[in-house]
Design a protein around this ligand. Structure first.
Ligand code: SF4
Ligand code: MSK
Length: 643
């Protein structure tokens, strides 16, 4: 039988859960076998009630739905709706961050402050907002208002596309896919895919690009940029990862979901002296705040707080019996959590009006009452500590370094005065680094947990490809010990290891949460602007991958990478394969439209081969396939240059 996880702590707790008769995502996944083939291939439609309809993939049964929709129309509509849902999730996150920035700017007692004024000024200047002789609050107010405008705008263009190289912007203009307003593109996708509207799969996927770009260069970009202003731009920081970060002697609060608006306040509340005293008087040594999923990445990047695990570990964290409260907001929270909490003392706490769970305690969290609610939640967890029963925390935990924002990478590569991507480009040109791959995305119980992430990344770095990560993929590789500088010597090829050692970075850079994929877009744009590697993102020797994806957000991310010119490979499978016409379009023809295209390959070894082949092809096109022997600038030489 296929092993459930690469992670020993997961296999251990799964065995324990089985003995206790607890059900987890793995059992439920097995119960779904054999899965509906029509659904897996994307060829079922229930967009109207003349259906549901399905296409026979073997060509013997119906080849159209009742309305006459063909396989390619059905698949394209389903794909378009996944993009819309993913873009909506990221963008609604961005909207809440923009509203929080506005609150911080206009209500000094809200508990939120503006931590990064350098970033505030940079974003303000980019948006054409004057910063001369103005208070940071005044500037932040205008930045927030301008950001909020992007959601409801009907005409015009979202401003952040101007961060992309000019050639890329021209492609988008020619194709007429520059997003106007974020909400507008999502609504239009839902309209186009309603029964009887857009019947041209190529046209649907073009609007899919506009919708996805509204996420990557819009909603997600706003979330990342404004979170940095509010909570600080990440820079390299040490932390720890895996279920072993849960503490036997402390109150464990696990925060799970996506938006740092909540977790930042919980961080502050967990350090409140009165609450720490209360923890002690209830028999605990202190309070440990850790995270699951992208909220975990947010608190790690900005505070060095530990990560308990990625998406598939949410139930297992509770099954340790050591979690007093799991506090959730939005996205990736399994509806199964209340059931597993019933067998333990853990309080499941919801906080968002958008995400409630029957059986959970609800603490209504608004940006205006944030700190008080965070304190109430921490107090609730502390008072639950004496109810703890038997505790079984696996030993596994691993050190990691995270926090590689675009700004941090610039600084590390070029120093304070000459920060730029030029040293990276130089090392790509001289062949020490062959290229860059973004490896991101979720976990999926259909495949061995963490294995595809780790195997793929190991093979890429062994072949001198620098890896940039976000989301649950970064957590998987963190657990496997790939996010420490020492990993360069152990796993990376000679050239990459040399560069990592000189600069002092791991061969795998953790850049943040799912919305922080926008950091990768900015990094790619900077690589183009730094020169020597072509004029467009599609010229760069780079690729993207989501080896264990499951979320609609991953589809939106995949499509904005493709529309930005990046070759992007997904593992597990893709619900488009029921239409050979549509699959051919995504996997072959789309490259002639965007310079980037989709691919699907569940085997991580083959996925690595595809990425390496693609990167080599791009190197050849750039005329750098052999790599010119260039001087590698070490820190001293760069310092000299800066003087
Ligand atoms: Fe069937 Fe067409 Fe209705 Fe879809 S939109 S359910 S294919 S009739
Ligand atoms: S949390 S979207 S499972 S990466 Fe961003 Fe992880 Fe995927 Fe959720």
């Amino acid at each position: 039988m296929r092993e459930k996880s690469l992670d020993g702590s997961v296999n251990y707790l799964l065995e324990k859960a089985k003995q206790k008769g607890l059900e987890t995502v793995w059992q439920r996944s097995q119960q779904q076998e054999p899965r509906c083939g029509f659904g897996e291939l994307g060829i079922c439609c229930r967009n109207c009630y003349m259906g549901p309809c399905r296409i026979d993939p073997f060509g013997e049964g119906p080849q159209t739905g009742v309305c006459g929709a063909t396989a390619e129309i059905i698949v394209a509509r389903n794909f378009g709706r996944m993009i819309a849902a993913g873009a909506a999730a990221h963008s609604d996150h961005g909207r809440d961050v923009a509203k929080t920035l506005l609150l911080a700017a206009t209500h000094p007692n809200s508990g939120y402050t503006i931590r990064d004024t350098v970033k505030l000024n940079n974003v303000a200047k980019f948006l054409g907002i004057s910063t001369e002789n103005r208070s940071k609050e005044d500037i932040a107010r205008e930045v927030a208002e301008k950001a909020i405008e992007n959601f409801g705008r009907q005409e015009g263009e979202i401003p952040f596309i101007k961060l992309a190289p000019e050639t890329r912007q021209n492609t988008w203009h020619k194709l007429d896919v520059v997003p106007r307003g974020i909400d507008r593109e999502i609504v239009e996708m839902m309209h186009r895919t309603h029964m009887g509207v857009d019947q041209d799969y190529k046209n649907i996927i073009l609007h899919g690009a506009r919708t996805a770009l509204a996420d990557g260069w819009g909603g997600s970009m706003i979330a990342t940029q404004l979170q940095d202003i509010l909570f600080g731009t990440p820079s390299p920081i040490r932390g720890q990862v895996n279920l072993g970060v849960l503490s036997e002697k402390d109150v464990n609060i696990v925060v799970h979901g996506h938006e740092p608006i909540l977790s930042e306040m919980l961080v502050a509340a967990s350090r409140d002296p009165q609450l720490l005293q209360l923890a002690k008087s209830n028999g605990a040594s202190g309070i440990v705040l850790s995270g699951i999923c992208c909220t975990a990445n947010e608190i790690l990047l900005r505070h060095g707080l530990p990560i308990a695990g990625n998406i598939l570990q949410q139930e297992l964290a509770i099954s340790t019996g050591a979690v007093e409260a799991m506090v959730v907001d939005v996205q990736c929270i399994m509806p199964a959590l209340p059931e597993i909490c019933k067998c333990h003392h853990t309080h499941l706490i919801t906080t968002s009006p958008k995400g409630k769970l029957p059986g959970a305690k609800h603490f209504p969290f608004t940006e205006e009452n944030a700190y008080q609610v965070a304190k109430d939640i921490v107090q609730d967890a502390i008072l639950n500590f004496p109810n703890r029963g038997q505790v079984d925390i696996p030993k596994e935990k691993m050190d990691l370094v995270a926090g590689f924002s675009h700004e941090a990478i610039t600084y590390m590569l070029g120093g304070r005065f000459r920060g730029s991507y030029k040293p990276l480009n130089d090392n790509i040109i001289n062949g020490r680094i062959k290229g860059v791959a973004g490896v991101v995305g979720c976990g999926n119980p259909k495949v061995t947990h963490d294995r595809a992430h780790v195997d793929l990344v190991k093979e890429l770095i062994a072949n001198d490809i620098l890896v940039v990560q976000t989301g649950c993929s970064a957590v998987a590789c963190g657990k496997a010990g790939l996010l420490i500088p020492e990993a360069a010597q152990k796993y990376a090829g000679k050239g990459l290891a040399e560069v990592c050692e000189t600069v002092g970075i791991p061969p795998v850079l953790h850049s943040g949460s799912c919305v922080d994929n926008s950091r990768i877009l900015v990094a790619l744009s900077e690589m183009v602007k730094s020169g020597g590697l072509g004029k467009d993102i599609s010229d760069l020797p780079v690729a993207g991958a989501a080896p264990e994806w499951m979320s609609e957000k991953a589809i939106a991310i995949g499509h904005y990478f493709v529309a930005s010119g990046v070759f992007t490979v997904f593992g597990v499978g893709l619900p488009v394969q029921g239409s050979p016409v549509f699959s051919d379009y995504l996997f072959k023809e789309l490259e002639s439209v965007f310079g980037g295209m989709w691919a699907v390959e569940p085997d991580p070894g083959k996925m690595a081969d595809m990425i390496i082949h693609h990167i080599n092809l791009k190197r050849k096109k750039l005329g750098i396939e052999k790599g010119k022997e260039r001087i590698l600038y070490d820190m001293d030489m760069r310092r000299e240059l800066s003087l």
